[in-house]
Design a protein around this ligand. Structure first.
Ligand SMILES: NC(=O)C1=CN([C@@H]2O[C@H](COP(=O)(O)OP(=O)(O)OC[C@H]3O[C@@H](n4cnc5c(N)ncnc54)[C@H](OP(=O)(O)O)[C@@H]3O)[C@@H](O)[C@H]2O)C=CC1
Ligand SMILES: O=C(CO)COP(=O)(O)O
Length: 338
């Protein structure tokens, strides 16, 4: 049976995933601006976000949610976390019963501290929900470089059914039943990527970056496990894999924000000149709140939140991380670990 797919959100990643899925299934991409939808539909390019990449000739685009979602057997959500709930509410008006919803979004809702799959469950109860996440820089995948990703759903048979839909010659898709872990890995690695960028911006060394990535993995694992994620998920593609890609890649928007902060620029200036989203900026204070709620320490996330809020300079933040009291190198398997 042919599956019809709606991808909601025509930014860099939503467009890339729609392009990939289109090779296997009829796909409609929803853009919130009519002009953007028309341009993609007409020219098979997304001039705003991915001007250099031709898109699949069969990919349709629309700004009508009814047209995109009304006939869909699978809905894929690719809008940033700050617009996720309101967009999902529009989706829910047209969603047919039992249609699965997969989130591509790597962020946390600021007001509620919810993961995106929890937002889906609130707005559209009863629909199977999952996430697609991993080290997946959109432009690299569109350029044909090999990558791997994870589709995480509680129902493994449903995740297995989606593997060929999301897969491509250059994209290998694994399954995982740990939705919490996969989602928390994706959201929290953005915060650590800002810290890694800050290290680059202040002229720190590769040793520093390795320390940030490794200790960042320890603290994101600590929180993720305390919230119910499986420890091994954080050692996989949705955790360590995505953390490495985002912390080292010049393409990462979150790492870029950190680098500019490290050079002494204000967050307002850096964000104002970006035309794409850096989820870690909004996720950092949420991570700090969640860490407090769950009684775990996240010193790097706390430093990132504090530099973003202008409470500390990048140099002060790094000095205070180094000055913390001595302790053993305990990894995140124990939620109370430090
Ligand atoms: N880019 C990547 O490589 C990857 C990104 N992701 C994740 O995917 C999600 C989307 O990122 P990405 O596609 O890169 O983002 P972009 O910044 O490239 O695009 C953002 C998209 O979201 C739309 N949008 C912005 N604000 C709202 C809103 N309030 N309501 C509805 N739509 C809105 C934009 O529309 P408009 O153009 O009209 O403003 C645009 O289509 C993020 O959570 C990101 O972390 C995950 C894996 C890889
Ligand atoms: O999630 C990503 C790669 O897996 C994209 O990271 P950035 O949002 O930092 O560009």
């Amino acid at each position: 049976m042919e599956i019809r797919v709606a991808v909601v959100g025509a930014g860099s990643w939503g467009t890339t995933v729609a392009h990939l899925i289109c090779a296997h299934a009829p796909t409609i991409l929803w853009a919130r601006e009519e002009a953007v939808a028309e341009q993609i539909d007409r020219e098979h390019r997304n001039l705003r976000y991915l001007p250099d990449h031709p898109l699949h000739a069969d990919l349709r685009a629309t700004s009508s949610m009814a047209e995109a979602v009304g006939g869909a057997d699978l809905v894929v959500m690719g809008v940033p976390s700050h617009g996720f709930r309101s967009t999902m509410e529009q989706v829910a008006e047209h969603l047919r019963p039992w249609v699965p919803v997969i989130s591509l979004t790597k962020g946390l809702e600021q007001s509620t501290r919810l993961r995106m799959s929890q937002v889906v469950a609130e707005v559209a109860p009863g629909h199977p929900v999952g996430v697609l996440t991993g080290p997946n820089l959109a432009k690299e995948i569109l350029a044909g470089h090999a990558a791997a990703t994870v589709v995480a759903m509680a129902d493994v048979s449903m995740a297995e059914a989606l593997q060929p839909i999301f897969g491509a010659d250059n994209l290998r898709v694994y399954t995982n039943t740990d939705v919490v872990g996969a989602e928390m890995g994706g959201a929290l690695k953005n915060v650590i990527a800002i810290a890694s960028g800050i290290a680059d911006g202040i002229g720190a060394s590769d040793n520093t970056r390795a320390a940030v990535i490794t200790r960042g993995l320890a603290e994101l694992t600590r929180l993720g496990v305390a919230m119910g994620g499986e420890p091994m998920t954080f050692a996989g593609l949705a955790g360590m894999g995505d953390l490495i890609a985002t912390c080292i890649s010049p393409q990462s928007r979150n790492r870029h924000v950190g680098e500019q902060l490290g050079r002494g620029r204000s967050l307002e200036d850096v964000v104002a000149e970006m035309d794409m989203v850096a989820e870690g900026v909004k996720a950092a204070p949420v991570a700090v709140e969640l860490a407090e709620e769950h009684g775990v320490e996240m010193p790097i996330a706390r430093s990132v939140a504090s530099v973003c809020a202008g409470e500390q300079t990048a140099i002060e933040a790094y000095r205070s991380l180094l000055a913390r009291s001595r302790r053993p190198e305990v990894y995140g398997l124990d939620p109370g670990g430090r």
